[in-house]
Design a binder for this molecule. Structure first.
Ligand code: AOF
Ligand code: ZN
Length: 363
């Protein structure tokens, strides 16, 4: 199952709106030989199980045990359901990490396997599997993607100097890790302030992973993103979405659309911006399961206040900028520490002189 989870991880960021699944076929009767491995393919199809069955071939798949990181699907897609395919291939046993909460599945895959005489067990490394597909699970259960806030700060939590300069706070190793994070997400979301200040490209520029660039989204209420910005200029190569409020300047909107940008228009919330909850739900409706927020402090604060930040990827560099620098999150309006959004640390990873700490929200 650990191997299946490692295969599943390959799909993160590339398979939305689907979950990233891994499958390993093992012949216990042949001294545990692995006869097929599969993972969800880019775009979400083919599914992990059909890949593993195809690679194993008829002969080897028969009598195998299938280790699958998510319950096999049971609905008709472009191909027959995986539950049926596994049973038809003569798989003898299925070990499943966690049930698929998709209303089209929800136990039906397991039931079909069992009805076909396959011995099924569930729950092996279930927690790991649930965390791996937290994006898909949150989307199914709450209608919005998993939201991870990524920040690169000094020891005193500053993301830029008093002049707004932020390149670079962390070193090369940390930035390479940040690019890998991009590849593992369906989309990157930034605020218009950051888009204007940094003119970022938001692509994954790790060698070999260039094709893994996520959708780039700018929260830009009043359509201020310049048509000659790097994001707009490359919108035909890498999808670029802009979230604005209705009633903006039609000429600017059309100019963006003409250049390949997807313009999403919301009713204005309080403060003349789209409401954060609406924004998250809209990204869910569009199929996204994993969104990485890369700043700035205003957008971070808005999402934190709305309790929409599920995870933190916090890069910290051994520098100090001081109180006149820009804080990682703008005002949160917290009066007592007990009211502050609270997180539990999940990992600490040294990255050259810097460190990456990851967290999950608990409060
Ligand atoms: C599997 N193996 O590798 C994946 C599964 O749109 P479709 O027809 O491809 O189906 C998507 C649904 O299938 C998705 O919502 C989830 O329930 C399941 N994903 N299932 O057996 C896989 N990616
Ligand atoms: Zn399937």
């Amino acid at each position: 199952m650990r191997a299946a989870l490692a295969l599943a991880r390959r799909g993160l960021g590339a398979v939305w709106p689907n979950p990233a699944v891994g499958c390993v076929l093992v012949r216990e009767d042949r001294r545990g030989r692995v006869v097929g491995r599969g993972w969800t393919q880019p775009g979400g199809r083919p599914h992990a199980e059909s890949e593993a069955l195809r690679r194993a071939g008829h002969e080897m798949a028969r009598n195998a045990t299938a280790y699958v990181s998510l319950e096999p699907c049971d609905h008709l897609g472009e191909t027959p359901p995986c539950s049926q395919a596994l049973a038809a291939a003569g798989v003898r046993r299925a070990v499943i990490a966690v049930e698929d909460p998709d209303p089209r599945v929800r136990g039906r895959g397991i039931a079909r396997l069992a009805a076909a005489g396959v011995a099924v067990s569930t729950g092996l490394l279930g927690d790991e599997a649930s965390r791996l597909n937290a994006g898909f699970f949150i989307k199914i259960r709450r209608g919005r993607p998993l939201i991870t806030l990524k920040v690169a700060t000094t020891l005193d939590g500053r993301i830029a100097t008093r002049t707004g300069a932020s390149q670079w706070i962390t070193g090369e190793a940390a930035r390479a890790l940040a690019h890998r994070l991009r590849a593992e997400h369906d989309a990157i979301l930034i605020g218009i302030g950051t888009a204007l200040a940094d003119a970022p490209r938001l692509t994954c520029r790790l060698s070999g992973l260039e094709q893994r660039s996520p959708v780039r989204i700018v929260a830009d209420s009043r359509l201020r993103l310049p048509v000659d910005s790097p994001l707009v200029e490359t919108a035909r190569q890498t999808p670029t979405w802009v979230i604005a409020v209705k009633g903006g300047e039609a000429g600017k909107r059309d100019a963006l659309i003409e250049r390949g940008v997807t313009v999403i228009e919301a009713d204005p919330g309080p403060a003349d911006r789209p409401d954060a909850g609406w924004m998250a739900a809209e990204l869910g409706r569009r199929g996204l399961t994993r969104v990485l927020v890369e700043g700035g402090g205003e957008l971070a604060a808005e999402l934190l206040r709305a309790r929409l930040v599920d995870r933190l990827a916090w890069f910290r560099a051994p520098r100090l900028i001081g109180g006149d620098g820009v804080p990682a999150a703008a005002a949160l309006g917290v009066d007592a520490p007990a009211q502050a959004p609270e997180f539990a640390r999940t990992a600490v990873l040294p990255a050259g002189p810097d460190v990456l700490e990851t967290y999950e929200r608990i409060g």
